[in-house]
Design a protein around this ligand. Structure first.
Ligand code: SAM
Length: 305
């Protein structure tokens, strides 16, 4: 699974990214507000707070208004960072182009937080290295508020693919219903990227595959929403077979099509195993969405002990 690295801004313009995530996604806005609320509850005066993978400063703008906060946003993508600096002018915010795996803050940190960041990290050593770096930069008793998309528990990669199809169908069907066409297209591409990230022989997305996604999500989501999960899984399996037939290995010369967004979404069980290998304790979890059946945004409150 590849990291997004400095390529995300080649795939999507920062302004479009902020619009679809902050105003159109089914569950992200509620989890953004929860992160800000939680930080407000946890901080004392003059707290050092860092957002990992801040992107074009969507959440920095929300969190920077909290009184007594010294806020730092870090991201690998220099174009997102440039946009973030023009977007936020408050003196209590600094925005830094850095890698979350290596970044060392000049002071002990009270709170780290991230949104939609964890699933971009390649599994194994890369994930442990970044979690270790967060842990080392925190003061004792400090927090890492980690918010991301999670799918229901699965036993293996084949089952993960089925659950991934059901989750993205839910998000895309909602976008189509509300005429959020750009978001629907973007999530259709992300679904394909997420499937291919888990495979050895990686496909390159094609227009046929994207159209196939857009025309199939409604029926998959309808079954899942009314609790017919066996039917939703059957439809997802048929969907996966059809995507195979539409396979493509040819580049288009368009970054939005050729580059992977690097998404690889996991379940609560897999995440807990990653956390078990660190010294963090999971203090609380708040979910937005039907996690057990379809998927959700989950916000984990991790504490350094
Ligand atoms: C899906 S975006 C989320 C942006 C932001 N958190 C939000 O919710 O709007 C993921 C971000 O993580 C950044 N990223 C990925 N790997 C990184 C790393 N190792 N260090 C810092 N940033 C990273 C990407 O450049 C991208 O901007």
């Amino acid at each position: 699974m590849s990291s997004v690295g400095s390529s995300y801004s080649q795939i999507i313009h920062p302004k479009d990214y902020n619009q679809i995530m902050s105003h159109e996604h089914l569950y992200i806005p509620a989890s953004d507000r929860f992160i800000a609320k939680k930080i407000r509850e946890l901080i004392a005066s003059s707290s050092e707070v860092i957002e990992l993978g801040c992107g074009p400063a969507r959440i920095l703008s929300l969190v920077s208004k909290i009184e007594g906060i010294n806020l730092t946003g870090i991201d690998l993508d220099s174009q997102f960072i440039d946009y973030a600096r023009t977007f936020i002018k408050r003196t209590n915010v600094q925005i830094i182009n850095a890698d979350a795996t290596k970044y060392v803050h000049h002071k002990e940190v009270d709170i780290f937080y991230s949104q939609g960041f964890h699933h971009h990290f390649p599994k194994g050593i890369n994930t442990s290295n970044y979690l270790r770096n967060v842990y080392d930069n925190l003061k004792y008793g400090g927090y890492y508020i980690l918010s991301d998309e999670f799918i229901p528990n699965y036993a293996d990669e084949k089952e993960r693919e089925i659950k991934i199809v059901i989750w993205y169908s839910h998000i895309i069907a909602h976008a189509i219903k509300h005429n959020f066409n750009y978001l629907a297209q973007e999530e259709a591409k992300t679904l394909l990227d997420d499937l291919f990230e888990g495979r050895i022989n990686k496909n390159i997305k094609s227009q046929e595959q994207i159209e196939f996604v857009l025309s199939n999500v409604k029926s998959i989501d309808q079954s899942a929403r009314i609790g017919k999960l066996d039917m939703a899984s059957k439809l997802a399996e048929e969907f996966l077979s059809a995507i195979e037939v539409l396979h493509n290995f040819t580049f288009h010369g368009d970054a939005a099509m050729d580059l992977s967004r690097g998404d690889y979404k996991i379940c609560d069980q897999a995440f807990r195993k990653e956390i078990q290998s660190t010294d963090f304790r999971i203090e609380d979890v708040k979910t937005f969405g039907p996690l057990k059946t379809i998927g959700a945004m989950s916000v984990y409150i991790l504490r350094k002990r």
